[in-house]
Design a protein around this ligand. Structure first.
Ligand code: ATP
Length: 374
């Protein structure tokens, strides 16, 4: 059984519609109910800032600070985490480069937001992910990279460095006489990072598929068959250095074509995560809304199980408006699976009755107008 990470105190300051609010928690799951616009998702978003990145809305920091507030926002959490008890403070400051996010761990400034991953992993499922299967491949890539990142903290840097090198190459190719040596160097870097990224993604898909397979008969959530497509699909059985050579050659040979296109046409930035509904043997994009939601829930729960297995600690789960599209049986099964994961989950909805099956496995809170009541 994985160990539990427990957030037992949460404070928000100038965060969206919260001027200042403090919340004591007892380690159980948390159900937040309230009217539309009350601040339920905002509270979840605050918890999502306990992971690197821009949170579950991928918001610009300027939009997160409470309208009318003079400075930035702040989120404080006291938790029993992966390295014991810790106090985390994060928020924005306005400097020369605009709004930047800062992190303090036990009062000491952290060098990087990645330090958050030493203490907890936060995973989420929000209604904005409902279009994952039907939307653009860039959304699925982002989803995939977030899954990888929660297991492999170096992945974010790899992706960012690859994109930087690619932008450099694109810029160089737009010049009338680009320096071939400089191009060689950038392409070598892209090959190294691009192949590392691809192998990390492939490993994640393999591990996740294993978990999905193992939990196939555990309830009403359909299982996803996943594969990657769109980048060196035939070369990936080779050793890593050979794949790098292959990709570097593809880039070299594609210079004229890419210069004409104004962008790099081959690379890990073109990969798609293909998902099929296993039981129906149907492309997820062609499944019903409810089937897609159930497939996504199954995938996120499998990923949470994988993170718990790999780190030894159950992740904090944020499930926003999770009961929409799920029938009663699926809701009860979801709560059982969430509970079996052994972590702390935050769930939101407009109707408290939808969460009745959780019983005393959750603490019920009511959110209204940027205030929270027990
Ligand atoms: N920077 C901000 N400053 C002040 N208020 C904000 C800011 N950003 C968003 N809001 C307000 O927060 C409210 C939305 O809160 P939230 O998304 O948490 O609602 P919710 O309770 O999840 O509602 P729903 O059930 O509709 O999803 C809106 O009224 C919105 O105008």
């Amino acid at each position: 059984m994985p160990r539990k990470v427990t957030i037992f105190n949460l404070k928000l300051h100038d965060f969206r519609n919260y001027a200042s609010v403090g919340l004591g928690l007892d380690g159980r799951n948390v159900v937040l109910t309230g009217a539309n616009g009350a601040g339920k998702t905002n509270l979840m978003e605050a918890v999502s800032f306990l992971s690197p990145g821009r949170g579950l809305r991928r918001a610009a920091y300027g939009d997160v600070a409470r309208e009318g507030a003079a400075g930035g926002f702040a989120v404080f959490a006291a938790l029993d985490g992966m390295q014991g008890e810790v106090e985390i403070g994060t928020g924005t400051e306005t400097g020369e480069e605009g709004q930047t996010r800062r992190l303090r761990v036990n009062g000491t400034p952290a060098r990087s937001l990645d330090e958050l991953l030493d203490h907890l992993r936060v995973l989420w499922l929000t209604p904005s992910m409902d279009g994952l299967f039907t939307g653009a491949s860039s959304e699925r890539r982002r989803f995939l990279d977030r899954l990888v990142l929660s297991l492999d903290p170096d992945h974010g840097r790899r992706v960012a460095d690859f994109e930087k090198a690619m932008r450099g190459r694109n810029r160089l190719l737009s010049e009338p006489r680009p320096d071939p040596q400089w191009l060689d160097a950038l392409e070598r870097q892209m090959a190294e990072l691009g192949v590392a990224m691809t192998l990390a993604r492939r490993e994640l898909v393999g591990l996740l598929s294993g978990i999905v397979e193992a939990s196939r008969d555990e309830g009403p959530f359909p299982s996803a068959a996943m594969s990657l497509s769109g980048f060196l699909d035939d070369a990936l059985e080779q050793p890593a250095y050979e794949i790098e050579e292959t990709y570097a050659a593809v880039l070299r040979d594609g210079r004229y074509r890419d210069a004409a296109a104004g962008r790099t046409l081959d690379g890990p930035h073109r990969v798609d995560l293909l998902i099929r509904h296993r039981e129906k043997d149907m492309d997820a994009a062609r499944c019903s809304t409810g089937e897609q939601k159930a497939l996504l829930v199954g995938l996120v729960l499998a990923h949470a199980g994988l993170v718990a297995g790999m780190t030894g600690y159950a992740p904090v789960l944020l499930l926003d408006e999770i009961t929409a599209h799920l029938d009663e049986g699926r809701r009860a099964a979801l709560f059982d699976r969430v509970d079996a994961l052994g972590g702390q989950a935050f769930l939101t909805g407009t109707d408290r009755a939808m969460f009745e099956a959780l019983g005393d496995r959750a603490r019920f809170l009511t959110v209204a107008n940027g205030t929270i009541a027990g």
